[in-house]
Structures are given as structure tokens and as C-alpha cells.
Design a protein. Sequence first.
Length: 403
Amino acid sequence: MIKGNLMYGQSGGPSPVINASAYGVIKEALNQNKTIENILLLRHGISGVLEENFINVKDVKSDIELLKYTPASALGSVRYKLKSHLEDPKVFTKMLEVFKKNNVRYFIYNGGNDSMDTCVKISEFLKTVDYEMYVIGLPKTVDNDLPLTDHTPGFGSAAKFIINTLMQVKLDSNVYPSGKVTIVEIMGRHAGWLTAAAHVATNEGIGPELVYIPENVFDIPDFLNKVEEIYSSTHNCLIAVSEGIKDKDGNFIGAMNSTVDAFGHKQLGGVAMYLGELIKAKLGISFRAIELSTVQRSASMIRSETDVNEAITTGKKAVEFALSGEHAKMVGLIREDGPKYKIKYLPVDVYKVANKEQVIPLSMIDKENNKMTQEFYDYIYPLIEGEYKQEYRNGVQKFFLLK
């Protein structure tokens, strides 16, 4: 183990438990003070390296314990697409200068697919220079689409929020003898894990009649026929739909917005409204469109206890892996076989994770009946188990704020 400083950053879309992972990193790094001299917290991810915008944990005035209760990215996030060191040598020369000047020997980056790509790019660069530094990816994404891990911290809490929210929406939509078609739009570009969670609400007896995920082809005539059939029978219809649903030709139904993000991804949205207008025009039925938007990834009032505790542990394991000499690895959560839910944490190759997406396996999808199989329910129920107790004062939650 080489003695030096640890640098930690957050990147990509926030999650309900990313700061719980930060807490795990910080607490474990503080315990390793014989090797880790200082913990440097990046402001706004990798741009914090390039702009030398970071803070020493010793200078943080807020209560670190509150990180466990705080959603979103407390250190600030970024969507910054690193080119390779061959394409943009000046950027990597600057990063190396910052790493050396601050004796950074351990680098932990907390994020999703694109964040793991950042870990790959830095690891590739380090092969070309004489500087010893260990890079570890720390998984985070509510989309649950990272490969080589059973699931991703953040998914369980977001799914729990969606499930319970849909149950409440369903109860509300049932109060009138003749209601509307209610369409709830849920995050998920290519992987439908979050939207599929809506099936849990239906499985519990109070959920949507129709659920549409990107893994299945979306057929508009079939959709309208099903809506008409359900509404004519019940005078109500609740629909959960992923933002990433596609037609048989692979075209996004919600690609009405032509803007793209820093990584070239089309910014989807407006699916619920588009389908609602279609229902009104073709079937003459009133509708209500609800886009859960950022609240599904930032709500902390109903987080999964399993999710929070695992997020803390992944942060702790990231430090342990780095100090044991692991490099260019991501912390993987591996589900052990057996009737009781149990997770082990293993270092997995970040090269095999970066820029790849894990969609829902076919074995979990009952395409013929537009439902999920028992395998899916066995998979998701342990991830939403328990309620992590929040800190309240004067009736409102207490959060960590970096001052």
C-alpha cells in the first residue's frame, strides 16, 4: 500500500443513496489514516480535477453523518465526456499535474455507465506515465442497467418510491364513478427496470392495468385497443410507461425533443402526454399525464433500508479494494445462491462495464401477457425491503449541505 491521498467524486444523474456511498467511502478512508492521509472531495465530478475544485474532508463544516440521509449528489455532479488521452492529451496532462501536486494515490468515482468510462480513460492514461494511482468505480444508477452486478445502489429506493406512488395514484383515480385514463411516465431509456417495478404495485392489488417497458415493442393500435377495452369495463385505466418505449423499427415514441446530452443521448420525454393526446383523439377519453421526472431519483422519504445499507457498504468496499491494490475495477454486488437474500462484494473489470447496459433478462418478462415472471418478483422484493429512518427536525428532513 502506497501512502497518499484519496480523491472521491460523483458523476451523472443523482440517486437517493449516492451520498450514502460517499459516507461509506469517507468513514472507511478515515479508518485507514495510516495509509490515507487526506480525503479530497471533488466538486462536480471530473471537472473538479481539471478546475482544481475540491475540498478536504477536514475542512467540511457540515455533519458527515447527514450524508446517510441526503439524496441527490451532495458534492455536485457533472456530465463531462472525457476523450481518450490520445485525442486530448492536454486534459490528461492537467489531471496528472493535479494528482501529483496533491499526492492523489487512490481515485474513487461514483456513477453509472459513462462514469465507468471515465475510470477506463484515466486507467488507460496511467499505463503511459510513471505514476502509481489506483482507480475504482463505485456503482450508482436508478436505472439499474450496469452489467456485472446483480443490481445497482439507487435502484431499490427509486423502485420503492415508484411502486408506492403508483398505488396512491391508483387509489386517487378510483374515487369517482367515471374517471380518466391516467398515464405515468417513468425513467428508463433502454432498460425498463424502474417501469417494470410498477408490476409490484399491481401484484399487491393496487396498481396499473397496463405497463410498457423498452424491452418490448410498443404497438400503438394494440395499445389503444387495450385502453378502450379496460376503460369501457371499469371507467378507469392506470398506465405506467417508460420514457424509452420504441416501435417495431426501434424509433423512440418519446423522441419529440431533438436535443442531446454531452454523451450524445437523445433527451426523451413527453411520452405520457403524447399517448394521452392520442387516446383523446382516437378514443374520445379524457386523460391525465403524470411525469415523475427527477422526483423518482431524488425522493428520500421512502428509501429502501436494504438499498441505503448496501450503498454504504459499496463505498466502504471501494476503499478496501483500492488499498488492496485493485485497479480499474468496479465494486460489484453479487447475489449468493440460496433461499435467503445475501450479497457479497467483488471487484469486477470496469472495462467490461463502461458504456454497456444491462436490460431486463427475457426470463423475467412474460411478453405474451405484458407481465413479469415470478423470477422478477423474487429478484426485486429483497431490494425494496425495509424503510430507512430519516432525520427530522421541526417536521422537516435534515440534509447534508456542503458549505
